[in-house]
Design a protein around this ligand. Structure first.
Ligand SMILES: [Zn+2]
Length: 283
């Protein structure tokens, strides 16, 4: 969303509210959130009541966006700043909200990204790259698989398609192959390096091509450059957050996956939509 369109959305609390409402209710058609009846009527204070079950609700009842006392205008500003990759500290300098509130707000946006990523069910197919990487840890230059203090991450990337990344407990054959089977359609061509955890892929219904690191530039299509691109994309961005805790890291990782997969499209509206549709049951 360009800045002019954004400006018209945040002009008043009403324009901001109308935009967020449009993302919750298709064509603004509300229905009872308890019994799904469309037989509702408006009562005072932007509330609705169900004729059938008498339940009273408003546009954001039961949604996470409603849990923090943040105006619709401020929500739009927070989403905009998040889109522009400002940290919670930097956002606090721009708007009239406390740091803890802004931090809760951006955490919710990340949770909304995780929830929507779990919903995306299509299997990857065609030509797919697999690779693992290590994130975090205090010691620099700690290389190799199983590096102490670092978080192992497994990445799967469909060429000309999307990347899916997941924090894993280890990089054993079992862990990596289980995740591959859940994510990649059988019959696909999978590219990996020579790590032995990948050895049994060919027995799981995949065409497995291994990259030889020594002659990586002469092996034609056998490369995992797509994922290597993702790893540097993610690491470069995570540096800005000056150390993310292990507990929060999976959320940041999913944020990176989302940003990477949408790097050529506008994410503002998508982020707003994910956020307003986040309900407590999902997490
Ligand atoms: Zn009802």
């Amino acid at each position: 969303m360009d800045i002019k369109s954004f400006e018209s959305l945040v002009r008043t609390e009403n324009t901001a509210r109308r935009f967020l409402t449009s993302l919750c209710w298709k064509n603004y058609r509300r229905f009872c959130i308890r019994c799904n009846s469309h037989q509702i009527y408006r009562i005072v204070g932007r509330r609705f009541r169900c004729k059938r079950c008498k339940y009273t609700f408003h546009d954001f009842t039961g949604r996470w966006v409603n849990k923090l006392r943040i105006s619709c205008q401020n929500w739009l500003w927070i989403i905009k700043f998040f889109e522009l990759e400002l940290s919670a500290r930097k956002i606090t300098q721009q708007i009239d909200l406390s740091y803890p509130t802004v931090l809760k707000a951006v955490t919710l946006i990340r949770k909304a990204i995780v929830a929507s990523s779990a919903d995306a069910g299509d299997l990857l197919s065609g030509e797919v790259e697999l690779d693992e990487a290590y994130f975090g840890g205090r010691r620099k230059g700690n290389r190799g698989r199983g590096a102490a203090g670092k978080v192992p991450v497994f990445g799967i990337l469909e060429r000309d398609g999307v990347a899916k990344v997941e924090v894993v407990k280890d990089v054993s054959a079992r862990t990596l192959i289980d995740l591959t089977i859940k994510t990649v359609k059988r019959g696909s061509i999978v590219y990996t390096d020579k790590f032995r955890s990948y050895d049994s892929l060919m027995f799981c219904g995949y065409r497995h091509l291994k990259l030889d690191h020594k002659k990586r530039f002469s092996t034609g299509k056998v490369y995992i450059n797509g994922l290597e691109g993702f790893w540097s994309y993610a690491k470069e961005r995570l540096i800005k957050h000056h150390g993310v805790s292990k507990e929060k890291f999976p959320f940041y990782l999913k944020e990176m996956e989302f940003r990477y997969n949408n790097r050529n499209t506008e994410i503002f509206t998508q982020l707003a939509k994910y956020l307003v549709n986040l309900v407590p049951d999902l997490l």
